[in-house]
Design a protein around this ligand. Structure first.
Ligand SMILES: [Zn+2]
Ligand SMILES: [Zn+2]
Length: 240
């Protein structure tokens, strides 16, 4: 019986991270799915996470490098959040979600000055990565007093599958050389996970990688494999 999670783990005392799979189903409201069905799946997911109904915070992701802060007292999460690609919670009081289907989900944790956790969830596709969204998130955590930064890189389209035009590859790799890759059929490609890992190590963030190629894995949504697909989610939350 699938539990709807590609991977789930207690990554610190009382702190959990996870990536959903296609058994959880589509979690996005912007892909033409029935909104009531999406809402029901989100509620079911919150139940399995053990968090308050309606508390899981999503973003309206636009491939930017903008990171927003959410705090308890901001009220219940709306169906679609603000136009952001990173969410930071300074006291881990709000469970965070990032939606993907080939782009890279990155989850952050840091130790807060009071001994608790800080969290962040980031949508890092090619544009976000090159726009510096990982650096912006790490800087936000440090500015809020976070120390001992760690990140979990989730499943995405892999470097053997993510074909791009040669000029786009050249431009991206001039900025972040670790992105350079080649498809299994011998054409220019980008390796988002390798690029993110290099960028995070440069920022002194301890990196953990959760394997999985979306394009090659039917249990994960992939836009390249199926442009009409849904979105799965990266999640980070403190146990209630
Ligand atoms: Zn994306
Ligand atoms: Zn692949």
């Amino acid at each position: 019986m699938p539990d709807g999670f590609w991977w789930r783990g207690e990554v610190g005392d009382g702190l959990w991270a996870a990536f959903t799979d296609s058994a959880t189903g589509n979690l996005a409201l912007h892909v033409g799915d029935d909104p009531a069905a999406v809402q029901a799946r989100r509620t079911g997911l919150e139940e399995r996470m053990g968090v308050m109904p309606g508390s899981l915070r999503f973003m309206n992701q636009v491939h930017s490098a903008r990171v927003g802060t959410v705090a308890a007292g901001d009220g219940p999460a709306a169906g679609t959040g603000p136009e952001l690609d990173g969410l930071l919670c300074p006291d881990a009081g709000i469970p965070l979600a990032v939606m993907v289907a080939d782009c890279l989900p990155v989850l952050f944790a840091a130790e807060a000055p009071d001994g608790g956790w800080m969290t962040a969830a980031v949508h890092a596709g090619r544009r976000g990565l090159l726009g510096g969204i990982l650096a912006a998130t790490a800087a936000g955590l440090v500015r809020a007093g976070g120390t001992g930064l760690q990140a979990w890189i989730g499943p995405s389209i892999c470097g053997r599958c993510y074909e791009v035009p040669a000029d786009l590859q050249a431009e991206a790799c001039a900025q972040l050389p670790a992105l350079r890759s080649e498809t299994s059929w011998g054409t220019p490609a980008l390796d988002l996970a390798a690029g993110a890992a290099a960028a995070l190590e440069e920022l002194a963030v301890r990196v953990h990688r959760v394997p999985g190629c979306t394009r090659e894995t039917p249990e994960l949504f992939s836009y390249r494999r199926d442009p009409g697909c849904g979105r799965f989610a990266g999640l980070i939350w403190a146990a209630a």
